[in-house]
Design a protein around this ligand. Structure first.
Ligand code: GLU
Length: 471
């Protein structure tokens, strides 16, 4: 793009009839990135005209999801419903200029016409009143306003993702733009709002591609500049079929609850339908720098939880330990049944590099971090319980004595003491380590055992060992 082009304005226009699903989140992300790449504006419009299906909870969920993903929008979110008067004004202007007409047909007449068209194998156009003047009787009846679609020719839209797409005008119906109750239809409202908000690029799911041709005619009728359209292929499940709940068709908050970090989610959504060479890990700065519509794929992307997990592991490892601790503080407190003490928090912070090594989702991290909290006596997993036998309990008791005698507490002296004990008892090191691990971790996933003991501290370690001997 050249610097002399007008300021780029994009928008995300969700209908608040449900949660912010990941397809919508990806659309929002692409609009955001495109605007930021060009130093333009990214606007948010809540398409709340369907009063029956729109809810405040859904609006809240959308705003929350956008904030969680750190997709900041410029200016205030616009309510489409609040602009109904303006939509009506445009419908009347189209009526005035002869690009629209009044339709007095009743629902019954229209459904008859629909059937007739079907029987005759032609498109239903809803154009019963296109070339008809109302008599005095009809004039008293309620009417809707329909657009007068051109009948000849065709329109080619140079879609920035799909390429040139052509539709014959004869295939378009004289759609209603203003209902008989004076409310605008979606098709009209979208165009009026995009125009008034100065939107230069309409980036959205390709389920709206057909609408673009109908919307095009409203722009033309009003003499407005047609924005660049970019219709992104939808997201499919790993099996190539429509995305189902099991495959990840959840609200963004569902991913937050599952323990994904927003930056992982963003990186994942970015790559789900857009690419930059072989790059998989892409920072926000790089994404802003690199994002163009040319690299949006033309075929549906497949959702893949394994990839998302791997990315999440990457970002968990990169994340600041204090941030992770505060993200999962309440979950952790729930897990251990008390508010974290300073000692526990500092143990967890020390253990963080090891804890994050393999963690794919935050709950796993919470689970393994709880190992460093004072929760004696520990509950044992079945496997850990099996490690504690007549044969191993004396080993545990012996090691506890050795460790208690240490005047210094660090990895090398702990290791040396355990090795000396094994040697004195003529036991293989594994035969000593295994029961210690079982007693100290209760069978929870843990990293290097000596490091775990070091971080736990002398008295907690000895306490955990002796709990088993006394049990
Ligand atoms: N409100 C529409 C939807 O949620 C989007 C309209 C548009 O992007 O043009 O599907």
């Amino acid at each position: 793009m050249h610097s002399d082009m007008p300021k780029v304005v994009t928008r995300f226009a969700p209908s608040p009839t449900g949660f912010l699903h990941i397809g919508g989140a990806r659309t929002a992300l692409y609009n955001w990135l495109f605007a930021r790449h060009h130093g333009g504006d990214f606007l948010l419009r809540i398409e709340d005209t369907d009063k029956k299906r729109s809810t405040n909870e859904a609006i809240e969920a959308i705003l929350h999801g956008m904030k969680w993903l750190r997709l900041d929008w410029d200016g205030d979110a616009v309510s489409q419903a609040a602009r109904a008067d303006r939509h009506k004004e445009v419908a009347l202007a189209m009526l005035e200029s002869g690009n629209a007409y009044r339709c007095y047909a009743t629902a019954e007449e229209l459904s008859k016409e629909r059937e007739k068209a079907r029987a005759e194998g032609r498109n239903f156009r809803g154009d019963l009143w296109r070339d008809r003047e109302p008599d005095e009787e009809a004039e008293k009846q309620p009417y809707s306003i329909r657009i007068k679609m051109p009948r000849d020719g065709e329109v080619t839209i140079a879609d920035a993702v799909q390429g040139d797409v052509t539709v014959k005008n004869a295939e378009l119906d004289d759609m209603i733009i203003l209902r008989s109750d004076g409310t605008p239809t979606y098709m009209l409202a979208v165009v009026v709002d995009d125009h008034d908000m100065g939107v230069t690029h309409v980036i959205r799911g390709d389920d709206h591609l057909n609408n673009a041709f109908r919307q095009y005619q409203i722009y033309t009728a009003m003499g407005w500049t047609i924005p660049v359209f970019a219709h992104i292929p939808l997201i499919h499940g790993p099996d190539g079929k429509k995305l189902s709940k099991r495959h990840g068709a959840l609200g963004v908050e569902g991913y937050e609850e599952m323990g994904f970090l927003p930056e992982a989610m963003r990186n994942y959504l970015l790559r789900l339908g857009w690419s930059h060479g072989d790059d998989e890990i892409i920072t926000t700065e790089q994404a802003i720098e690199w994002f163009t519509l040319d690299n949006v794929g033309r075929s549906p992307a497949r959702f893949d939880f394994d990839k998302l997990d791997n990315l999440n592991n990457h970002y968990i490892r990169e994340a600041d330990a204090n941030r992770l601790l505060s993200i999962f503080q309440s979950a952790l407190e729930n897990n251990v049944g008390h508010a974290l003490t300073e000692t526990e928090a500092s143990r967890i912070l020390r253990a963080m590099p090891a804890l994050t090594e393999r963690a794919k989702r935050l709950p796993e991290l919470v689970e393994s971090a709880s190992l460093f909290c004072n929760t004696r006596p520990l509950d044992l997993t079945e496997n850990a319980a099996k490690q504690l036998t007549e044969e191993t309990l004396p080993v545990i008791a012996g090691v506890a004595n050795e460790l208690e005698a240490l005047t210094d507490w660090n990895g090398s002296v702990i290791k040396a003491a355990i090795m000396a004990f094994a040697e004195a008892e003529a036991l293989k090191l594994g035969k000593v380590m295994q029961p210690i691990r079982a007693a100290v971790t209760g069978g929870k996933q843990s990293g290097d055992l000596v490091e775990t003991l070091e971080i736990l501290g002398q008295s907690e370690t000895i306490g955990r060992l002796r709990d088993r001997v006394a049990a």
